[in-house]
Design a protein around this ligand. Structure first.
Ligand code: UD1
Length: 361
């Protein structure tokens, strides 16, 4: 069976699944890395942190437009499928390779399972939403993280027999790595005091590709850094744009704001675990903060993970609302909500049991 990883947010989803599958000698998981993310700190570091050997196969697709990335992955993975003929292709998340590999497999009649199925932002300007919709149409098995995802799929006319609520696999990674995350010294070595700083991550095209929006965001972050220390590991897309729009140097000179290279899983989680709040446009971080009870301000008009707002610590936020909301959070005590059903570190076990039913019956 192939487990497909392409970009940073995929690796912590295939990690626990690969380890769980290994427990059954009748199952064989082969990790296929499409190579959408290739920098050490966006890829290799995650494999090392999650105790994964390097990918068995790397398609080295690299960067490009959506059409290029999707098209190159489709062709390259299609060829690989013809050679390898796996019994099942597992795709995760919502990146371009999720769709491309699901499509290549479906065209060849190879069964496809989608882990993290059913999430919807109902915003088709997000490239990930297109990937989610099409992948879920193609997949034979839809493993969902929460009940709202099941409802979304049923509304789209997907046969309930294909849907299985398994929970949130990212919580498996977090619990699997918790001892190492807690023992890590990244926050300490950066001089960050527990609960006295915010973690910032921004990378979505909608947040960082417009010069006007990005400079407004940077101005607000610089003002905020006078009240609360900020630590900002900068995604390559964001760094490129900050440099292009002439914002990088002034940001680097801001006291109270630490700019970092992207961090691999354990050091990133270490700074998140110790933070007072997160400011982000990421998908995964909304869930991790909910689970950890850390307030999260998501700089987006919508979310495909509404359960993090209704049941968790997440709030959707416009740039101009950020300062007010941060102050509100700082004035109120932290409250840890109960995690949604099956966000318990046992999702990989449930998925593996389902794979056993599918392949070994
Ligand atoms: C992709 C995913 C997004 C996910 C994000 C997490 C899609 C459509 N988007 O967005 O869902 O939340 O990953 O990071 O699949 N780059 C490097 N080094 C790398 C990887 C990328 O320098 O290791 C540069 C690329 O050259 C490109 C930019 O970063 O200029 C963006 O990379 P890309 O893979 O196109 O999309 P992301 O914005 O990372």
């Amino acid at each position: 069976m192939h487990l497909i990883g392409a970009a940073r947010p995929n690796f912590m989803k295939i990690g626990p699944l690969f380890h769980a599958i290994k427990q059954n000698p009748l199952l064989k998981g082969v990790i296929v890395h499409t190579g959408q993310h290739y920098d050490r700190n966006m890829s290799r570091g995650f494999f090392e942190d999650l105790g994964l050997q390097q990918p068995h196969i790397n398609l080295n697709i690299g960067s490009g437009t959506h059409a290029e990335q999707t098209g190159r992955t489709l062709m390259s993975y299609g060829e690989l499928l013809l050679k390898e003929n796996p019994r099942l292709v597992v795709v995760v998340g919502d990146v371009n390779a999720t769709l491309a590999c699901a499509l290549a497999a479906a065209k060849l009649g190879v069964p496809v399972a989608h882990l993290e199925a059913g999430l919807r932002s109902y915003d088709r300007t997000m490239p990930e939403e297109i990937n989610r919709l099409l992948t879920d149409t193609l997949a034979d098995r839809l493993w969902t993280p929460s009940e709202d995802a099941d409802q979304n799929l049923i509304k789209e006319g997907i046969d309930p027999a294909r849907i299985k609520l398994v929970g949130n696999i990212m919580i498996d990674s977090l619990e699997m790595m918790r001892p190492k995350i807690e023992a890590d010294r990244t926050a300490k070595s950066l001089g960050l005091k527990p609960r006295e700083y915010a973690v910032v991550t921004l990378h979505r095209p909608a947040t960082v590709d417009s010069g006007q929006k990005l400079s407004q965001m940077i101005r607000i972050l610089r003002e905020l850094s006078e009240r609360l220390e900020l630590v900002f590991p900068v995604h390559p897309r964001t760094k490129k744009n900050l440099e292009e729009f002439g914002l990088w140097r002034e940001l680097g000179r801001t006291t109270g704001l630490k700019l970092l290279e992207p961090l691999s899983y354990i050091p990133f989680m270490n700074i998140l675990f110790n933070s007072r709040l997160a400011i982000t446009d990421s998908g995964g971080l909304q869930e991790e903060t909910t689970y950890l009870g850390i307030p999260c301000l998501t700089m987006r008009p919508n979310t495909e993970r509404p359960i993090t707002v209704t049941r968790g610590t997440n709030r959707l936020c416009k740039a101009e609302e950020l300062t007010g909301l941060v102050h509100e959070i700082l004035e109120n005590p932290l409250k840890k909500p109960d995690p949604p059903k099956f966000w318990d570190g046992k999702t990989a076990q449930r998925v593996t049991a389902d794979i056993e039913r599918m392949l070994l019956k």
